[in-house]
Write a protein that binds this ligand. Sequence first.
Ligand code: SF4
Ligand code: SF4
Length: 263
Amino acid sequence: MSKVAMLYDASKCTACRGCQVACKQWNDLPGITTSNRGSYENPADLTPATYTRIRFREVEEGGQVKWLFLNWGCLHCTEAACVKVCPTGALKHHPMGFVSFERDLCNGCGYCTQFCPFHIPRTETDVLTGKGKSSKCTMCQDRITNGELPACVKTCPPKALDYGDFDAMVAKGQARVEALKARGFPNANLWGDKFLGGLGRLYVLTEAPEKYGLPTKPSYPWVASIWQDWVQPLAEASFVVGILGTALAWLIVRRNIRMEEVE
Ligand code: SF4
Ligand code: SF4
């Protein structure tokens, strides 16, 4: 297996949100209080306790309203800005291709939240300890590394979610797109296989990506490279220089005191 991926087929999704529930259950995430916003979409956004959710979009076409659903969470980018900027190694590329997360290593700096091109990780700070932690979907790393399906894939009643080898998922997605086109969905397309090195969460869409609120061709945030390759090393270097400077100053003061004592 080269690398793994999940394949979400929006044309099969019924927005039952079983994936949201399965995700919470497997990851032992608490429920959160939300308010009625006049939509079945709930919660309104990802949160530190919500790693995956179904986005609802209403679009009007030919005088008719269409509902577009989208399963949303970490996209497990092959070129992942979060991995690049994480200073502690909490976020890593697993040999299976997904982006793993080790909560214990996270220092809550929030760089992943700032640099992710899809605004996925959520960083929260404990009001009592002042310590922060980030969180995001790990593709159920504890399940898939033991040969199990991700919890959301396992639970999805209409099998709108699939999981397997990246190339196999791309081939399956492309075949589904062709089938949808033949069945009266001329705008059907596969999203996620051709940018950022190929995403670990691929999408079969019935409409153009923009209609789902997705960028057509997301790109790697070059500021992440500058941050990791220049800003952080310089900051570390200036920290070391600062310590050396303080030590040197202390030695000089100590030497002067001794000389005064001798005089
Ligand atoms: S479990 Fe499947 S059908 Fe239900 S909302 Fe999630 S992806 Fe859609
Ligand atoms: S979607 Fe964001 S958090 Fe997920 S792998 Fe890509 S850069 Fe990292």
